[in-house]
Design a protein around this ligand. Sequence first.
Ligand code: PEP
Ligand code: MG
Length: 698
Amino acid sequence: MIGKYKALFKKEMGYDFPQEPKAQLLEAVKAVFRSWDNPRAIYYRRVNDIPSNWGTAVNIQSMVFGNMGEKSGTGVAFTRNPSTGEKKLYGEYLMNAQGEDVVAGVRTPNPISDLQKQDKKLYEQFVNIANTLEKHYKDMQDMEFTIENGKLYMLQTRNGKRTAKAALKIAVDLVNEKMLSEKEALMKLDPKQLDALLHPQFDNAALKKAKVIGKGLPASPGAGCGAVAFTAERAEEMVKEGIKKVILVRLETSPEDIEGMAVSQGILTARGGMTSHAAVVARGMGTACVAGVGELVVDEAKKVFTLGGKTYKEGDYISIDGSTGNIYGEEVKTVPASLSGDFATVMAWADKYKALEVRTNADTPADAKTAYNFGAQGIGLCRTEHMFFDADRIPAVREMIVSTTVEERKKALKKLLPMQKKDFIGLYKEMKGYPVTIRFLDPPLHEFLPHEDAEIKALAAEMGIPFKRLKETVANLKEVNPMMGHRGLRLAITYPEIAEMQTQAVIEAALTVKKKYGYDIKPEIMIPLTCDSREFNFVRDVVANKADEIIAKEGVKLQYKIGTMIEIPRAALTADEIAKTAEFFSFGTNDLTQMTYGFSRDDAGKFLDYYYERKIFESDPFARLDQNGVGKLVEMAAKLGKSVRPDIKLGICGEHGGDPSSVDFCHRAGLTYVSCSPYRVPIARLAAAQANIKNPRK
Ligand code: PEP
Ligand code: MG
């Protein structure tokens, strides 16, 4: 084997492998430093928010040998169970072996408890050391050890990677054991990791009915279900091709597979133990993993595997249960997750220590309900255009767009009014009195129109207008640069009737819910894409006049607010002007990032990969708020807004509202709330608590 390695080295490097030990050591050290910049490390840092300027370190230790015979061995152990969090020493070891043999999954190791039978004294010494390390670091430890001729050596200890479920249990246990305070326990959690608990779990009834085709080690819990892929690259391709759920099936995984593992719903391996690469990485990612399935025969070249007497090929659907290790040869139904037990305890601590409110972006009552159950304190963004795409509405929407007179448009809007009103009633009801921010129509109108001749013909017939006229209207609506075109509040300036209809729906719905269900709704009407106080004032007056007219007619009291999104740099620069009449700001950091960088939010992904590869950027500014540039605009606008209106409500509703590092920024910038998609609400609650523990608000 050494001969083969030497030949490979010479072929790759063009010179003989150095024989001087010191030269070998220095080369090994250099290789570790080089590894900091390999593509997998760059990817890992981006996913885990690790700055590249940290660099890495090299420890040089004298070697001890676990393969010196039957009185030698090596192993890996955790002070608590990394899958469940159970307080019990957990690990594996192999006699007459080196560390690589344990983690590579080539030999199947023994459970750590067996060591007790083999050498009681040594086992007790190990348990003692494990307890000391855990107390010292106040956290679950992941330790590597070697026994050389009956003597125990500790090679390494670090805070252990764990599943989200284990992380929560360990946090709650360590507080109960008085090892940590609630605040310290909150700081140890990774908000992004909670994601794994928020996604669907297997439906118990469906699971019972499904046929188990094999069983392996429950290496990382979760309900994994999807189409089979046999290589990491193929898994990535399949996801790009639109197959949403993929299960990666491998003999064993290696670090090259990391990106393919990240896009997969689950990982299934024939080899490997609970501490194999697949298991450790999957637990870190919160992805379901079943490892070490002895009967699983994988033919990676032919792209097939056999299990339970049946052959499965690429694209076949299977399900894996990372909590039991069971494998199913079919798609098993899943159900939504819920907050309970340790999760609920931790979330209650988070609410106790956070200063920011957490709202949600929701356009449907179903989304609003999910978010409410996850602890959302209101809706920060309801994108009303999403309500217009339903099959039963689109004809009326199209009619509104192609109208050539105000009368025609009003006729179409009249059809839409009851539908919008019903939408808002649904949202208000689900939010049970929490504030609901409704944003008025935002996208370029031509997005709603048909583009193909056949579609235009059909619509013209449906509307009883000539094909030629409709085709002309569609052509006229076409814009060279729609993202910077006739959209946002510019629609309300050209067609105030649209804003009037939406105002009527918002106010009448609030009055209905107040009367019928007793919730005191204070609607917040949000005007999108403002760039100037004068255009905002024009639309604000249209909305306020309509709202006041309805409230006066009904003769009841109803408070409402009119505010704006800040998503164009000019709005941030002139925020003091705008705040004279705008009662709240919500930072639309999707558009604000697009406009500040001049990068299209829909296309930037195509070239950003090169930026990461060439180390120009470390992260995607559309996912992680650019604090140096876009953030400066946010801080400036917040300050200008407060200078004119000290009690102005400030929120964020771009995608960044659910990103932990961006939440930390919003806290420091003095925002009132963050708003994010329903499934990120618990993540934002924890991130908000951590932000306030780090920098307490006065
Ligand atoms: C934004 O621009 O950040 C925003 C929330 O609005 P949308 O994503 O709908 O453009
Ligand atoms: Mg926007």
